[in-house]
Design a protein around this ligand. Sequence first.
Ligand SMILES: [Fe+2]
Length: 381
Amino acid sequence: MKTFPYKATVILALALLAASCGSTSAGGAARTDTRVALGPYVASVSPHGFRIAWETEDPVPTRLYWGTDASTPSLVGNAEPSTRHEALVAGLEPGTTYWYRLGQNADPRGAIPVSTRPDPVRSLRVAVVSDTHSTGGVHSRIVREIVAEKPDLLLHLGDLSLRRGKKEGGDEVDFFRVEGPLLRSLLIVPVLGNHDGGGPRFIDLFVRPRGAGEEAYSLFVEGPLALVTLDTNESLGASSVQWHWLEETLRSLQRDSGILFRVVAMHWGPYSSGSGHGSNIEARYSLVPLFERYGVDVVFSGHDHVYERSTVNGIRYVVTGGGGGGGRKPHDVLGDPLTQVSASTPHHGLLTIDGRTLSFTAKEASSGRLLDSVRIEKPAP
Ligand SMILES: [Fe+2]
């Protein structure tokens, strides 16, 4: 039986779509040959679909091909030319790997795999990294190490360098280029840092596509894990909007019997003895009482480019800021009576939830040396 080659099928489909779209150049031909400026990245994923986002240098129609295998492409998109693109593929099977490919002609990248989430989620592996900042080799190496671990999710604790124009090492284009091998197939749950150009760009890129609202703090729930992300650029005081939102969110999670683990992620955390910044005292006095009252298990932060773990009233406070930033001015751990484990070296973490067990490991970049290991067991009901 003669089969029609996939490449020819796509070219034919593109030609047909281009003919039907309204975007035309000055010469009258449909415009499809712009460069991809940023992405693609997984903007949201669920058991029944995924949303891919990307940006192009010039306004063009949105086109995304997808399928269960490369020989049967389907097309989703929008004929309205834009530089910002989001394509939702819905009606899919849980726990299944699909592929997608951008429809911009000039993008030579091939089919990219992406998997829908299982339903229900009983186990979860979350890579944890922070303060990647620059385009340096350390950041690239850590990305390769995370790719090899095949996590389900990436938690980034801030200072991605979300801004346009290079300053202090890199910009948002560099971030998406270096993290591309992860972000093309894996959902990122990011935290807003102090080097991320303020809230609006962060919200456009990461919050709004997930339907999480208009603020740079949000709640992400995946099976037994509730992940609360906070914005430490905004006020955290007991009268602040964010404090009230956190209080209500943690209280509602306490009533949810499906949630086993409550994890808070923030850029500048309440317990750090790093030489760059130290502890966030406002967070310690206004947020820690909420963490203790509502049974938070782990609080992750970055900001200081070090690894440090402290345990206060049963809550693990983990600073994991060694994603590669700040190479010219390395931070150190000064130490504190609360400090249990520390290391001033590049690293990333892996949070694993399996049944009623949460475990976390931190590994040094390059060597793979184990820096720390944490295990929390929840008793059977
Ligand atoms: Fe920072």
